[in-house]
Design a protein around this ligand. Structure first.
Ligand SMILES: Nc1ncnc2c1ncn2[C@@H]1O[C@H](COP(=O)(O)OP(=O)(O)OP(=O)(O)O)[C@@H](O)[C@H]1O
Length: 670
């Protein structure tokens, strides 16, 4: 049904009256929000007893005041539900980004995450969910300018929503926006899946995976506020440019306490380059068993006992007793607690001797004995204090040790590949690669348990190695995860070809794999063009579908210049990304010297409409107009270059121009 048209069940209402009434409700809601803020500002932290409690309370109050800010450009509500009676809930509810109530606690706007709001996203003529009419609102700036009604109680079809289509078609500027007003039913199913459920979403480019992951985080934080405030929620994305692009979505939804990071940010920013095949081997889950053996191989067989002297007395623990202590602890604890337990067990044996001699020592004596020099000496000799770096250094520089730790898990050729070609002088001067970071993290966890978060959202998960997945998995081992990705967009040599395998290495085997199939970003014409690569990069996947026809959105030009294509794009509305092979960035910058532009930089404060984007950083991003330069070089630059090309060809919202001097890859040339 078109905008401004009313549902037939209220024939007496005129659109202008309805609009005026809705605008009045918006004004009332705004005033109420202001009053809520004034009230929050008037609360004092002085009531708290001591200084520390005062500070904590004050910070909570400050956050509450900040959360109640009204952003004039952000609609306070975007939908309305008129409900059939039959329960205690109000007959009419307005759905918005947050709860707003008047001075008598009457709800004026209900948070989109509340259970009652679910019908806004899910109700249909086939299943009206107790809703008679759904109304969507259109805004211009902060002003409510349009509405659109969908009668739900009468069966039959409802046509496409213009407000929804306009929202999706809106030119992109700046960072990613939230999609609360237009979440689709299949997306909503994922957003609202329960906290205990790990969900894995396969989806073609632009199907809203990232948006859905962020909204699920916001939904879970709302629904399990206290629990997740304690355990935490984290978003892991592919690179810093991507994090900067998504950084404002959760704050716009009122969620500011979510860590957003990359795998490197989480595991350590090690980036020494190495042969991708070596990285792939280091990323193989078989390394977990090798590392475990490598660590425990550091424990040496005790050959001596302990002699503890107190005054004139000497208390002895025999060598075989020390061996028994070590044998009983080995493999039953993590490495570091094992060391501490060995000291305590030896001390306990000393205490038994003391008691046999008639003493009655207490726990403090046991602690003192555990910390004494003779006990420390034997623990250090038998169960040495180690760092993850020491263990990995030994493994990667000592072929005999690697062979012992590998057993039959790694072939001699594989072991040969792992040994550093030029060994470092010592573990402190060793330079680690990104793949090493996951190995160090595995070792750290074998030594000391890694704390688990309540929920983890992992984006572009197809690119993670098995060892990286294990590292992320231990960070949600007592919680759950949202795993997002596209098997066709895997660009690392260790990219996965199966979500079941990802879930297994993440330690979330029970996770449910689901698919999003409708594209919201890329025009159909462009998506069909990019999809010609699919049989070569992910033969099992069906061709993606786009919501938007986008006729005339694709131009393939031989011999054109970057500057000309950029000027054409600048004449239109929206952001422009010139995606080039990484090696061509300086050349592209020179070619655009006459036009204001920047090279994509996650730390840049200034925003530019025209950006040069190195092909390897384009993942997850989008621009209204995309110019892809020299596809053949993008393919040539890396082993999974065709998948990289698929990624860069699917970044466009409105138009894609492909510029090439060299022959196009065969799949695109047809
Ligand atoms: N329901 C929706 N309503 C409006 N816009 C949407 C909706 N779902 C997704 N979008 C928009 O579509 C674009 C693509 O979404 P998103 O980046 O989440 O897709 P993706 O599946 O992660 O893509 P990629 O695999 O290419 O990274 C974004 O601009 C997003 O805001």
């Amino acid at each position: 049904m078109p905008a401004h048209q009313l549902a037939p069940d209220i024939p007496d209402d005129r659109p202008t009256d309805v609009l005026a009434a809705e605008q009045a409700h918006l004004a009332e809601s705004r005033a109420a929000l202001k009053a809520m803020r004034v009230h929050a500002q008037s609360l004092s932290a002085d009531a708290a007893g001591d200084w520390v409690s005062q500070q904590i309370l004050q910070s909570l109050l400050d956050k509450r005041v900040a959360a109640l800010a009204d952003h004039p450009d952000t609609p306070l509500f975007f939908g309305r539900l008129d409900r059939a009676s039959g329960d205690d809930l109000p007959g009419t509810i307005y759905v918005g980004r947050r709860h707003v109530h008047d001075g008598h606690s009457k709800p004026l706007v209900i948070d989109w995450r509340a259970p009652v709001s679910q019908a806004f996203y899910q109700a249909s003529p086939a299943d009206p969910m107790n809703i008679v009419r759904r109304r969507r609102f259109g805004y211009h700036g902060g002003a409510l300018t349009a509405f659109e009604d969908e009668p739900l109680g009468e069966g039959g079809e409802i046509g496409p929503s213009k407000i929804l289509t306009d929202e999706i078609e809106r030119p992109r500027t700046g960072p990613m926006r939230d999609i609360v007003a237009t979440i689709q039913p299949d997306q909503d199913d994922i957003v609202r899946s329960t906290l205990a459920q790990t969900v894995c979403v396969q989806g073609a480019p632009g199907t809203g995976k990232t948006a859905v992951g962020l909204h699920r985080a916001a939904y879970l934080l709302f629904t399990h506020r206290e629990r997740l405030a304690r355990s935490g929620v984290m978003i892991v994305g592919p690179n810093r440019a991507f994090l900067s692009y998504i950084s404002s979505v959760l704050p716009a939804l009122g969620e500011v306490k979510v860590d957003q990071t990359t795998v490197a940010g989480l595991l350590g920013e090690h980036a020494t380059s190495e042969d991708p095949l070596v990285s792939a081997l280091k990323g193989d889950a078989r390394m977990a068993a090798v590392l475990e053996r490598a660590l425990w191989l550091h424990i040496v067989k005790p050959e001596e006992g302990v002699v503890y002297t107190k005054g004139a007395y000497r208390f002895r623990v025999a060598d075989y007793e020390v061996r028994e202590v070590v044998a009983s602890l080995r493999g039953t604890t993590r490495y570091n607690p094992g060391r501490a337990a060995m000291a305590q067990r030896l001390a306990h044996l000393v205490l038994v001797r003391m008691e046999q001699r008639g003493d009655s020592p207490d726990d403090r004596v046991q602690d003192a004995v555990a910390r004494s020099k003779p006990v420390k000496q034997i623990v250090d000799a038998v169960w040495p204090k180690l760092t993850p770096e020491q263990v990995l250094f030994k493994l990667l520089s000592n072929p005999e040790f690697l062979a012992k730790a590998s057993k039959s898990d790694l072939s001699p050729e594989e072991q040969g590949k792992l040994i550093w070609p030029k060994p470092y002088r010592g573990w402190k001067s060793a330079k680690w690669s990104a793949a090493d970071a996951a190995l160090l993290d595995e070792l750290r966890d074998l030594m000391e348990r890694t704390p688990s978060l309540g929920h983890l959202v992992v984006d572009e998960a197809q690119d993670l190695s098995e060892m990286q997945l294990r590292a992320l998995g231990r960070r949600c081992r007592n919680g759950s995860a949202t795993v997002l990705g596209d098997l066709a967009q895997g660009t690392t040599p260790w990219s996965t070809s199966s979500w079941e395998s990802v879930l297994e290495h993440l330690g979330q085997r029970e996770g449910e794999v689901t698919e999003l199939t409708l594209g919201f970003r890329v025009p159909r014409e462009v998506l069909d063009y990019a999809a010609r690569l699919l049989p070569s990069i992910a033969p099992g996947l069906a061709a993606p579908r786009s919501l938007r026809p986008g006729l005339g959105s694709l131009t393939v030009r031989q011999g054109g210049t970057i500057a000309q294509a950029a000027e054409e794009a600048l004449a239109k509305e929206g952001s422009i990304g010139v995606i080039v092979p990484d090696a061509l960035v300086p050349e592209a910058s020179k070619a655009l010297a006459g036009l204001p532009h920047a090279v994509l930089d996650p730390d840049a404060a200034e925003e530019h409409r025209l950006l040069i984007v190195p092909a390897t950083l384009a993942k997850g991003l989008e621009y209204d107009h995309v110019i892809v330069v020299e596809p053949a070089d993008i393919v040539e630059a890396e082993p999974r270059g065709l998948a990289r090309l698929y990624v860069v060809l699917t970044r466009a919202v409105t138009s894609l121009t492909v510029l090439h001097d060299k022959a196009l890859p065969a799949q695109l040339a047809v």
